[in-house]
Design a protein around this ligand. Structure first.
Ligand code: SAH
Ligand code: ZN
Ligand code: ZN
Ligand code: ZN
Ligand code: ZN
Length: 457
């Protein structure tokens, strides 16, 4: 499979576009791999399509995880089609979701000492299965509390190229929940946010007067062991594919449309590898599902959404969702050493919340230094100074940015204005136009600042 660009979180928007691969998207009649319909891609060079278009897996960037590949114009024989169908069937999980729900019911009836979880297979075991897993590492005495926090029990699937499962810290997860409650939401569509889903579901089971509910959509099928079909749908957010078919799609639709679709919010924290366009198209389809059965009230509204993503994707996200704003809140992760809150300088988490809710409604914690900017009408991080010239709080990364009069905008504190490139950049940048001529006279060998025609004048 593929992703736009290199995919790793570079400290700029350059993760996309330059990588030589363009996504053409989900097209009707696309062939399927075990992860649903494949996406159409094309190699590019200097922004132009080059070479044959091809289909690749939407979910896996690594050929190791899914080796599906097909040229767009390739003739596929009947025999190969049949083999592919069989392959896709065989590459579905061993137990179905409903089997897993049955297994769970039996599991919770077991006395504590008989409750085992196989760490190798990432599976709850029933006593009859112990034998088969006898030389696997397992956990004993799995408690109700552990069953309610599967994200702690399961190991995070960190393989960057596919799952990129980075779990919220308590700080970030609790913050999201507090905001959701304060804003009066009752239902949360958790798309790739298993930890948010789990704190909502476990609170709901413990506290009678807690009215928030969550539906988890995630590609990680291990979660089907812990949640019913009304709480979890096996879903691919790069092609809007419900593995559970029409029934699962209907579960999602019903969830969104209860109470006339009121007080629902979608919260999503996708892998950062790129494919913003594919994600945006799926989120638009989820939003459309919500809009469909809307009856009265919110006629022209968009489903409230939090899209959690690095700040350097801001312009890409705004391309698809012009109503979104980026919040300064730094989202951080337990199993990601680099993306911790509270570090200084470049070590701060680059991950933010993009939302179509009114920014002033999202109250960021003052104890952490966030303050309200009356001009911008939103909460900003402590280092984010209001620039009088830009008339906005311009820092994206939490550090104090400085205004460049030549660029007519604020830039990172570590940047300086390069007269050669005619823009601000890191001092160590490779000048784009080293062998292009001087800006003034066009001759090679000197920069504008040293142009002899200037000194003569
Ligand atoms: N911070 C979140 C987890 C985000 S990690 C939390 O703590 O709840 C990204 C999540 O997206 C993971 O749960 C991963 O399983 C899921 N995911 C990865 N690829 C996906 C895909 N193609 N479709 C749906 N979910 C996916
Ligand atoms: Zn096992
Ligand atoms: Zn400025
Ligand atoms: Zn500048
Ligand atoms: Zn330069």
């Amino acid at each position: 499979g593929c992703r736009e660009g290199g995919g790793d979180m570079a400290d700029s928007g350059k993760a996309e576009g330059l990588g030589g691969l363009a996504l053409l998207g989900l097209v009707p009649g696309a062939p399927s791999c075990p992860h649903g319909p494949a996406l159409l891609f094309v190699k590019t060079s200097q922004g132009r399509e080059e070479g044959r278009r091809f289909y690749a897996c939407s979910a896996c960037r690594d050929r190791k995880d899914c080796k599906f590949f097909q040229w767009e114009d390739e003739k596929v024989s009947e025999a190969r089609l049949a083999a592919r169908e069989e392959y896709n069937r065989n590459h579905q999980p061993f137990f179905t979701h409903s089997q897993n729900v049955e297994r769970y019911k039996n599991f919770v009836l077991l006395p504590l000492p008989k409750r085992r979880f196989c760490q190798e297979c990432q599976q709850l075991l029933l006593p009859a299965e112990w034998e088969k897993h006898s030389d696997h590492q397992f956990l004993c005495n799995v408690s109700t509390a552990q069953l309610q926090s599967p994200s702690q029990l399961l190991y995070p699937l960190e393989n960057k190229k596919t799952n990129a499962q980075y779990l919220f810290t308590d700080r970030s997860c609790q913050f999201l929940l507090d905001v959701i409650i304060d804003l009066g939401f009752r239902r949360v569509l958790s798309v790739g946010t298993p930890r948010l889903h789990e704190i909502i579901q476990s609170k709901a089971s413990r506290e009678e007067d807690f009215r928030v509910r969550s539906l988890l959509l995630d590609i990680d099928f291990r979660y089907s062991q812990f949640y019913t079909e009304d709480e979890f749908c096996h879903y691919n957010m790069f092609n809007h594919y419900f593995f559970g078919g029409e029934a699962a799609r209907e579960t999602c639709r019903k969830f969104l449309c209860q109470d006339n679709g009121q007080r629902v919010i979608m919260v999503t924290d996708p892998p950062f590898g790129g494919l913003v366009e594919a994600l945006a198209s799926s989120f638009k389809k989820l939003m459309a599902m919500w809009k469909e059965t809307e009856k009265e009230g919110h006629n022209n509204q968009e489903m409230p959404t939090f899209w959690i993503f690095p700040y350097f994707f801001e312009s890409r996200i705004l391309e698809f969702f012009p109503t979104f704003n980026m919040m300064d809140y730094q989202v951080d992760y337990d199993n990601h050493a680099l993306y911790k809150h509270g570090k200084t300088g470049r070590r701060q988490s680059p991950v933010r919340i993009f939302t179509n809710l009114t920014p002033s409604m999202i109250v960021l914690p003052v104890e952490e230094g966030y303050r309200f900017c009356a001009v911008c009408q939103r909460y900003v991080s402590s280092g984010n100074q209001h620039c009088e010239i830009c008339n906005s709080c311009t820092s994206k990364d939490g550090r104090r940015w400085k205004h460049c009069v030549l660029c007519k905008k604020c830039v990172k504190p570590s940047w300086f204005h390069c007269s050669h490139c005619n823009r601000c950049a890191l001092p160590s940048h490779a000048c784009e136009k080293t062998d292009a001529g001087c800006f003034v006279c066009g001759q090679a060998g000197h920069k504008r600042s040293a142009c002899p025609s200037l000194s003569r004048a």
